[in-house]
Every structure is written in structure tokens, then in C-alpha cells.
Design a protein around this ligand. Sequence first.
Ligand SMILES: Cc1cc2nc3c(=O)[nH]c(=O)nc-3n(C[C@H](O)[C@H](O)[C@H](O)COP(=O)(O)OP(=O)(O)OC[C@H]3O[C@@H](n4cnc5c(N)ncnc54)[C@H](O)[C@@H]3O)c2cc1C
Length: 322
Amino acid sequence: MTETRTGAGLAERLHGTAVMAVDADWDMARQAYNLTVDQRPEVVAFPSDADDVARAVRFARDEGMQVAAQRTGHGAAAMGSLEGTLLLNTRGLGGVEIDADARTARVGAGVRWLDLVPQASDMGLAALHGSAPDICVVGYSLGGGLGFYARKLGLAANSIAAIELVNAEGEQIRVDADHEPELFWAMRGGGGNFGIVTALELELTPLEAVYAGAFFFDYARSSEVLRAWREWIEDKPEELLSIGRMLKFPPLPEVPEPMRGNSFGVIEAVYMGDEAEGAELIKRCATWGPPWTPSLRCRRPGSSSCTWTRPSRCPTTPSTCS
Ligand SMILES: Cc1cc2nc3c(=O)[nH]c(=O)nc-3n(C[C@H](O)[C@H](O)[C@H](O)COP(=O)(O)OP(=O)(O)OC[C@H]3O[C@@H](n4cnc5c(N)ncnc54)[C@H](O)[C@@H]3O)c2cc1C
């Protein structure tokens, strides 16, 4: 192939930046959140807006390169080899616009849940986020998105009202139920295979607070506790989502005691309702104790992803709404 296949010349075409192997910041530019993945694309582009994304896609098209989109790199392992690929990092495409009356949000492709959820929550609205605040709204939602409210409200992909993307020709288009409906259908769950998304419009749901937290049990009792949990969860209402698991924390200094280096049986619960109802529904879990403190309390939607408050021995009574 020709020399331009290396990505040389891309930086001059963008308002943002492009980084290649010869550049000093190459290792930082190609690094994903998942540090076990050694990404080696031809060039990494950091577009500053949707026009820049279109320029990068047209450049790749002209040079016969593949294009892959990434924001955080949480899903980097699934990308495979990036040989001959222009890796397009969307972190420069910020912007959160919430229309509280219409209950919608428009987010740029670089927006993470932590950028959107607190703002929506201030307006009494919730997006269908998942467990990690630093995951990108776009990557999560295109892939389906199974979050804490999924039993009641479904997958995040189904809350997408419109998608702004750059297609393989480098054209900027907007797809929704009336414009390119088949492409709209395919993208909601089909992942990032059909174009580079520059922004999403999402439907939001009225939700003031959730009752949420986690029970930590001695690891040796995990099997017994998880069996009881499996039976208990069977007939619970759709407003309650609970996760049971065995969890081992690494012996790293940044992990607080008593979690550091230790293993637990864990039951998380998130209830889309008030404290009294939530406490009544979930109180059975405390009887499988002695648990480490149940950190259950009323929270703003989104802080439910912080069911990982530091546990300490003993209490079985949920604390009051704060
Ligand atoms: C700690 C942790 C917790 C998680 N919790 C949940 C959870 O509760 N529920 C759940 O459903 N999933 C969960 N996941 C999985 C997560 O939703 C996926 O890994 C998701 O793909 C991450 O999206 P990202 O954009 O942050 O990652 P990236 O690796 O940057 O992107 C992932 C993929 O999304 C596509 N993509 C990203 N941006 C674009 C774009 N602009 N245009 C086109 N395609 C794009 C690409 O195909 C890319 O390969 C979790 C993952 C982690 C690491």
C-alpha cells in the first residue's frame, strides 16, 4: 500500500488532532480503559465535532482504511486487530441538552453517564443508565444497555429517539422512526457497525428517587445465600432489580478495608419507589445475615450505581432517606 495508508496527512484535515506512532503521545492516544488490550491502529483521530468526524471518515475512505469508533475503550477487547484502521476517539464530542418538558436529552458521542445522569436527576428525570458512571452513553446504548430499571422500562436502546451519524460515505445524517427506519432499527442494539454516531437523542423517564444498596455476606456462606436469593427474587415486582454474585476485591491500596483482598457474597437491590415500600420488599435479605452493613437508602437515580458504599459490620436496619 501507499505511504498515506499510515494516516499521514489526517491531522492537517481536522480541527481536532490525529496521533500516529511517530508522535510522542502515541501510547496515551492508543490506550483503552481496558489496559489488557494493546491497541495498535494506524492512526488515532480526536475529532472536535461532527464535521470533523465526517472529515476523518472521508479521509479513511480515500486512503482505503477501516474506521472504528471508541470513547472509553471499555469494550476494547471485542474490537480485534486494528491493523490498517483509523481509530476515531469521540471524547471531544461533548454536550448535554435536556428538554425537561419533552423529557428528552441530546448527548454528544463523547458523553458518559456521569455527565448526563446527575443533570437529569436534578430535573426529576432518569436515563436508562447501567452500573458504571464512566461508561459512554452511546457505546452502551447502541449495544443494548441493560440497566437497573430494565425490568420495568426495557433496554437503553429502546429509549433512543434519534441518532445523528456519519455514514460510510462521510455524510452526516439523522435517523429516527420516520427517517431511515431500518437503519434506526438496526443501530438500536446492533452496536457501532453502521456508522459513526455523533449524537443521540434519548427519552427520559420521570423518577425522583430509588431505594438502593447492597448486602455483603461472608464469602463462605455465598452458596446458601444465593440459593435463598434465587427463590426470593422469583415473584418480585418489575420495579425491583436485584443482582446476586460472588465478588473478590484485589489487594490494592486504593481498595478500602474491609473489602481489600477479601471476597464476599453480594446482593444488590434497586427499587424504583419510595423507602417504605423498598424496605419492606428487601428486608428478607437481611434475615440471611449476618450481613455486612446493608447500605440501602433512598438515592437520586444514578447514584444507585454507587451501591458500593464501604461496608462495616453489623446494622440490619436500612438508614433513612437523605
Ligand atoms: C465496569 C463496567 C460496567 C458495565 N456495566 C454495564 C451495565 O450495567 N449494563 C450494560 O448493559 N453494560 C455494562 N457494561 C458494558 C458496557 O456497556 C459496554 O462495554 C459498552 O460497549 C461500553 O461503551 P463505551 O462507549 O464506554 O466503550 P467503547 O469501548 O469506547 O465502545 C464500545 C463499542 O461501542 C461502539 N461505539 C462507541 N462509540 C461509538 C460511536 N460514536 N459510533 C459508533 N459506535 C460506537 C463501538 O462498536 C465500540 O467498539 C459495563 C462495562 C464495564 C467495563
